[in-house]
Design a protein around this ligand. Sequence first.
Ligand SMILES: CN(C)C(=N)NCCC[C@H](N)C(=O)O
Length: 281
Amino acid sequence: MQGEAVPPRVPTPRRYLMCPPRYFAVDYAINPWMDPSKPVSADVAVAQWTELRDTYRRLGHTVEEIDPQPGLPDMVFAANSGTVVDGRVLGSRFRAPQRAAEAEHFRRWFLEHGYRDLTMPEKINEAEGDFAWTGKLLLAGTGFRTDPAAHAEAQEVLGVPVVSLQLIDPRYYHLDTALFVLAEATDTATAQVVYYPEAFSPGSQRVLRRMFPDAVLATAADAECFGLNGVSDGRNVVLPVEATDLGARLAERGYEPVYVDISELRKAGGGPKCCTLEIRK
Ligand SMILES: CN(C)C(=N)NCCC[C@H](N)C(=O)O
């Protein structure tokens, strides 16, 4: 974009569902970031999560909360429990048995809050962990968690086009550790995304280049601090505090980086986006 005028970035108010990490722990290891021999503090996790929730509220967004459940230490990662487009909800089905029971708590939350158009998937589907909405279509990751057959199921249930992307690095086991949408658009070519190319297979890298020729390309250092687990409202981009290089590059494109400390939550392999399920209507 060198030499080009930076377009004005317009935030749109969002509605998020989050789960306080009252029972946060790392008791098992289901991704390369988790080490049950290392100490973790639920109190520190709650403090960091509260700061994230309050940051969204300061930015003018609505945050709903679901009650955490004892024995489900990863329930804080709400993004893995539902994909909502146009008020239609596709629930989740976890790959790891340790997380399986989370799906039912979220299913009930949606029903109790008036979401009658709700489908629970047959295929393994870790929701927004592997699904990213561009405003026109759903980018869908597979390789570690979400079953490729869940992509077809999501297309059928949500009635939106789905583009499959193959993840190849176990550290970036969900799509939302490797890519996020900066600005949605009903025309795919004008949606803005940022991604870490090396997390994707060569074929998926070609797909991404073709779909998003103007994307921000992240570095290995951006990815290692979970910089690709950001949350954008079209202008403000919530990022882990370590992701200042990426934040500076986004600022050159007219975005406003907003930093949060998620170091405790990272011990379970999560960041800001994992804690944040977006309810689109
Ligand atoms: C950014 N990511 C990967 C997420 N969307 N969710 C985090 C899930 C962490 C959990 N311990 C697990 O391994 O499932």
